[in-house]
Design a protein around this ligand. Structure first.
Ligand code: SF4
Length: 346
């Protein structure tokens, strides 16, 4: 495993061996400064490290400037088509710009954007998604994932030809397998950090499942330095899901509630108790594996990797630590006693 280049978005590092960062994007009208700032603060409080804002035309710039000034996280300007908007966004305080050199047009325009990014020392995100594969690659014989990755690589080469390496690459597809293969392909070729995501992943449940599978495959292969989970609707959900995914995969500190699926041996209300445990521990930021198991026959053994757990018995529950039972409690004291033990560990 080779180490990636580290890129800074204000003070937030992306790449190297730094923690994977969570991104989201506002869906308020950029011209509505106050509403956009409020949404950014909510996203940051939910766990977003970096937030992207669309800057559509020069008309958005004054508001964008205020947004950058009042944000508690770095703001990325999302730009399409107009190089002047990219330059003005940089001057207005963008911590990074996302452009598609292909739709910015003439190379001198891209050059001007790069010049501004150099002057203000901010990175540029370049890349491609499944809807913007370049014709020359799409019409070639190469598989689609490769065409997608080569499209992104071409953007990278444009940046490098301008002597600019302060870049983050993003390749996104709506197809999880294509997304995986394209990111794997590019990660074998370059050392720039990768922004990963499944694009247009759908509404809540579909987006959650598709993104977890698609991004999970990448993350478990050590691919991906920053991510966005795309969900149609309230962007707060994107951040909460991203945080949960990173915690459950072990890339971010946090509680993990292990609960057995229940069966005929189940002696306690597993789902109900596990839900309570989740609530008790929702704000902790340390690693803690807590198990709620239905029976004492298999419970402690199956969950022996948990820091603490409870397993149902005929009369209540047995509390165990590292697989060893330390106390058995009657049903009426089960919840309170378990909670006290958990609190000691928080
Ligand atoms: Fe069934 Fe016990 Fe396993 Fe839960 S821990 S699924 S109750 S055998």
């Amino acid at each position: 495993m080779f180490s990636k280049k580290t890129i800074f978005v204000n003070e937030i590092p992306i790449g190297g061996n730094h923690p994977i960062t969570i991104q989201s994007m506002t869906n308020t009208d950029t011209l509505n400064t106050e509403k956009t700032i409020r949404q950014i603060i909510k996203l940051a409080n939910a766990g977003a490290d970096i937030v992207r804002v669309s800057v559509r035309t020069l008309e958005d710039i004054p508001s964008f400037k205020e947004i950058c000034k009042n944000s508690n996280v770095p703001i990325v300007a999302d730009i399409h088509f107009d190089y002047k908007v990219a330059i003005e966004s940089i001057k207005a305080g963008a911590a990074k710009v996302r452009i598609n050199p292909g739709n910015i047009g003439d190379s001198w325009k891209v050059k001007e954007v790069v010049k501004a990014a150099k002057e203000y020392n901010i990175p540029i995100r370049v890349g491609a998604n499944s809807g913007s594969i370049k014709k020359e690659f799409e019409n070639s014989n190469m598989p689609r994932y490769q065409a997608l990755a080569e499209s992104a690589l071409q953007e990278v080469k444009i940046m490098e030809s301008l002597d600019f390496e302060n870049i983050v690459i993003s390749i996104k597809s709506t197809d999880a397998q294509e997304n995986f293969l394209a990111n794997k392909y590019i990660s074998d070729k370059v050392l720039y950090p990768l922004h990963i995501g499944i694009t247009e992943a759908g509404i809540y449940e579909d987006a959650l499942i598709l993104s977890s599978a698609g991004l999970g495959a990448l993350l478990l292969n050590n691919i991906g330095d920053t991510l966005r989970i795309s969900i149609a609707g309230d962007p707060i959900q994107e951040v909460l899901v991203a945080k949960k995914l990173l915690t459950l995969l072990g890339f971010k500190k946090g509680p993990r509630i292990i609960a057995c699926p229940t069966c005929a041996r189940t002696e306690i209300k597993v789902e109900e108790l596990a839900t309570k445990v989740k609530e008790w521990t929702k704000n902790i930021e340390k690693d803690l594996n807590i198990a709620v198991m239905g029976c004492v026959v298999n419970g402690p053994g199956e969950a022996k990797h948990a820091d603490i757990g409870i397993a149902g018995t005929k009369t209540g529950g047995a509390i165990f630590i590292n697989g060893e039972i330390i106390e058995t409690v009657p049903e009426n004291k089960l919840e309170d006693t378990f909670k006290k033990y958990i609190e000691k560990l928080i």
